[in-house]
Design a protein around this ligand. Structure first.
Ligand SMILES: [Zn+2]
Length: 273
């Protein structure tokens, strides 16, 4: 599943290629699952709009649009894409073969098409006429005070709290494990039990890990293609994630795997307290 850094990379890639282009019309498949807003509403909302920007909010790709025929600020709208497990946004010429599992095709004035392809159909398309901000705080922007407040009084394991999209949006399994390792905190520790020093380390680690991964262009291990169709990305050197039994890079203790919040969780029993 693409995580925050992959989504950020995809959004930046799309922005470079489609900002300023105009959506002329939209074709949508007859499958139900991919559409969080009614298909008719999506088609109507997207047609005849200019793409102002493409950006990431949590793990969503948000495409800011303005109608070409009515440029009042009130008419602003957004196309919100969640890639789910296998969703991809592709920019193609109309003669490019349309892969099976294509659920949306937006015809652009430039002659290209913006396509949404998703074999497993966990991805979602929606439109919004109010500014989409997502459910939780943005991990790359959050201040230490706000960050610490999220975990105060929370009895759940810190790993579960990091994965809770209502608290922080966009931190997935890989980055939660890697952040906790860098901060030296065990994933099962009760969130409320973290000291100020630990929270400070975690706040710093979450941002560091995400920024490094964005710099490398995402590090998803699933099959995933960026907006230009290039397969695979540089991999962030995972220090604990999926390294079960391998020696810790700091102390050589074998990395342990447990399950927290239903997710495979990796940590060093010596470096993390
Ligand atoms: Zn270690």
């Amino acid at each position: 599943m693409p995580e925050l850094p992959e989504v950020e990379t995809i959004a930046r890639g799309l922005a470079k290629r489609v900002n300023g282009d105009v959506i002329e019309s939209v074709w949508l498949s007859n499958k139900k699952e991919p559409f969080k807003s009614a298909p008719k509403q999506i088609a109507r909302t997207l047609a005849d709009t200019k793409i102002l920007d493409v950006r990431r909010v949590g793990k969503h790709i948000v495409i800011d649009l303005t109608p070409v025929k009515d440029d009042s600020a009130k008419a602003a709208r957004q196309w919100i894409v969640h890639l789910g497990m296998t969703g991809r946004m592709l920019i193609e010429t109309p003669d490019a073969a349309i892969p099976k599992h294509t659920h949306a095709i937006a015809k652009l004035t430039s002659g290209r098409e913006l396509r949404f392809v998703d074999p497993r159909r966990f991805g979602r398309l929606a439109v919004s006429e109010t500014r989409f901000t997502g459910p939780g705080a943005e991990p790359l922007d959050i201040s230490f005070e706000e960050f610490a407040k999220l975990f105060r009084k929370r009895k759940t394991p810190i790993k579960s709290a990091l994965l809770n999209q209502k608290l922080l949006h966009g931190v997935g399994n890989i980055y939660a494990d890697e952040s906790l390792f860098r901060a030296g905190i065990r994933p099962r520790r009760q969130a409320a039990s973290l000291t100020k020093a630990e929270l400070e380390r975690l706040h710093k680690a979450v941002k560091e890990v995400l920024r490094e991964a964005i710099k490398l262009g995402g590090s998803s291990v699933s099959d995933y293609v960026d907006s230009e169709g290039r397969e695979g990305f540089f991999q962030l050197q995972h220090r604990v994630y999926l390294r079960t039994g391998e020696p810790c890079l700091t102390c050589k203790t074998p990395i342990r795997r447990i399950v927290v919040a239903g997710r495979g969780t990796h940590y060093c029993p010596k470096c993390q307290k």
